[in-house]
Design a protein around this ligand. Structure first.
Ligand SMILES: O=P(O)(O)OC[C@H]1O[C@H](O[C@H]2O[C@H](CO)[C@@H](O)[C@H](O)[C@H]2O)[C@H](O)[C@@H](O)[C@@H]1O
Ligand SMILES: O=c1ccn([C@@H]2O[C@H](COP(=O)(O)OP(=O)(O)O)[C@@H](O)[C@H]2O)c(=O)[nH]1
Length: 467
């Protein structure tokens, strides 16, 4: 199969689970914002989406030749050697590059760039090469290839060598680290990474801030960005899809269940929906909620915090520890403040998109307080779906803050007391003000819908109007 438009990313639009009962394969929607954004494009665009097999179910699907239209899954371990995917995805992408861009290291102890790191880097190269080779084989002459994210930073340069005829784009869904922080990477690795990306004709970022940080890193480490164009495309929410999906029966059912769990009809709700991800700052969010109950006792019995923290990157020990800490803290708050008739925190850890939409619809306040976040689509989805208006408490370090800051209650994510105060302010917002702000937030959140976001990049890459 040769195609004129290719998309490449680690996580694809579906993943497969093996059914224990009969050994059959069950397809599920992939999680996270990259998939939410790109799925909206759909197979109608004529694009082929090349992605990695992420678990045993996916690998079995590749072996059995099971696939979805327009999706081509790569079994990286079969192509590049057993263990390559885990070493590249867990060992480099998520525990080095993600940590650098989100500035997550606790620097007295980490990072340590030693011989083990170099071995994992080899695997990261092999993983990128497997993608580059698959893309080179699938692409029609002169095709446009849009490579996604930090997992695939080397693929643009490798693909350029294999197929100089292609138009190659790369898009970063994460923040980009400022030069002083990026400078922690060994110099040769930093240069290899930047030069790999600069193999693309065009690089895209979610905000001007991340694009400028990238350009500054290039200026320092490799003397500039050369002929590669750098553009900004602020991925927005898909209003049509979200509004229709959030009115379906399964969402209504979940709203009823949530209302039961909340208790009293006049109780207010503060919601959050995230992967259990270090950068999402869930622990400080819970600490802030506890300070709200301590410092503004009038909210006791009158508010419930619904926290959806669905599993993410559980192969990494630091994520497992973080997940346990989130549960421990939620239990502690419930033990400290809960009564016979009131559970202050409802923590749910199972990935359930319909339930998330139900929470979006009924929330009074949404808490989005990441330490750093490329965009944060949850902040954009809530105002689109909300039934009666929802106040948004938003970290100034989320990419979404550039577009939504004017109508949100802004917080410094490290300032727990400030976040507690912001929650109080948001809960106290007069309903008319809240509804007006929600309308403006929804308009800003949908300014660049995913389909447009994708087509703008495609046009710019093919030499049309730059975004
Ligand atoms: O694939 P995972 O390891 O499970 O992680 C999920 C995704 O997380 C990151 O998403 C980012 O993309 C969003 C859309 O542009 C953006 O709103 C958000 O701020 C980012 O965190 C990651 O960049 C993706 O590659 C992952 O698939
Ligand atoms: O149970 C859920 C809850 C949410 N989401 C979606 O996951 C995405 C999270 O994207 P965001 O940009 O906020 O953060 P990321 O997880 O990509 O860092 C949003 O589109 C959510 O609607 C999901 O797939 N399953």
């Amino acid at each position: 199969m040769v195609s004129d438009i290719l998309v490449a990313s680690n996580r694809g639009p579906v993943s497969y689970a093996l059914r224990e009962a009969d050994g059959g394969l069950e397809a599920r929607r992939g999680g996270g914002g990259l998939v939410s954004g790109l799925s909206a494009i759909g197979p109608d665009a004529g694009a082929v989406w090349v992605c990695a097999a992420l678990g045993e179910g996916d690998r079995e699907a590749v072996r059995r030749g099971v696939s979805e239209p327009g999706v081509r899954m790569l079994d990286i371990d079969a192509l590049a050697g057993e263990g390559t995917h885990a070493a590249a995805y867990n060992g480099i992408a998520n525990s080095v590059l993600w940590f650098v861009h989100h500035m997550l290291y606790q620097t007295p102890l980490e990072p340590v760039f030693d011989a083990e790191f170099r071995r994992r880097w080899e695997a990261y190269r092999a993983y990128n090469r497997a993608f580059a080779e698959a893309l080179a084989a699938e692409a029609a002459p002169g095709a446009a290839v849009l490579i996604q994210d930090y997992h695939l930073a080397l693929a643009p340069g490798m693909l350029r060598e294999l197929r100089p005829d292609l138009r190659i784009g790369h898009f970063s869904h994460t923040p980009w680290a400022p030069p002083d922080y990026f400078g922690m990477l060994p110099d040769d690795i930093a240069r290899e990474l930047l030069n790999g990306m600069l193999g693309a004709d065009r690089l895209g970022f979610l905000t001007r801030r991340w694009a400028e940080a990238f350009t500054a890193c290039c200026a320092r480490a490799v003397g500039g960005t050369g002929t590669t164009e750098v553009g900004v495309h602020g991925l927005g929410a898909d209003a049509g899809f979200l509004r229709a999906r959030s009115r379906e029966a399964d969402v209504e059912e979940r709203m009823a269940t949530l209302r039961e769990q909340i208790g009293g009809a006049d109780r207010k709700t503060v919601i959050r929906v995230d992967r259990t991800e270090l950068s999402k700052n869930i622990v400080r969010g819970l600490l802030a909620y506890r300070e709200l109950l301590a410092g503004w006792p009038e909210w006791r019995e009158r508010v419930v915090h619904i926290a959806f923290a669905y599993p993410s990157r559980q192969d990494l020990e630091v994520y497992r520890r973080y997940t346990a800490e989130v549960s421990r803290l939620a239990e502690e708050i419930n033990a400290e403040y809960g009564t016979e008739t009131w559970t202050p925190v409802l923590l749910h850890v199972k990935d359930d998109f319909a339930r998330s939409l139900a929470a979006y619809r009924l929330a009074d306040v949404a808490l989005v307080n990441p330490i750093r976040d490329g965009m944060n689509l949850v902040a954009k989805e809530v105002p689109v779906v909300s039934d009666e208006g929802c106040a948004l408490v938003l970290s100034r370090e989320a990419g979404a803050h550039e577009e939504l800051g004017a109508d949100a209650v802004t917080v410094n994510p490290y300032d727990v007391t400030g976040t507690a105060r912001a929650l109080h302010e948001a809960l106290s917002m007069p309903p008319a003000d809240r509804a007006d702000r929600t309308k403006r937030l929804a308009a800003a959140a949908t300014a660049l819908p995913p389909q447009r976001w994708f087509l703008d990049q495609l046009e710019a890459l093919r030499g049309g109007t730059a975004g």
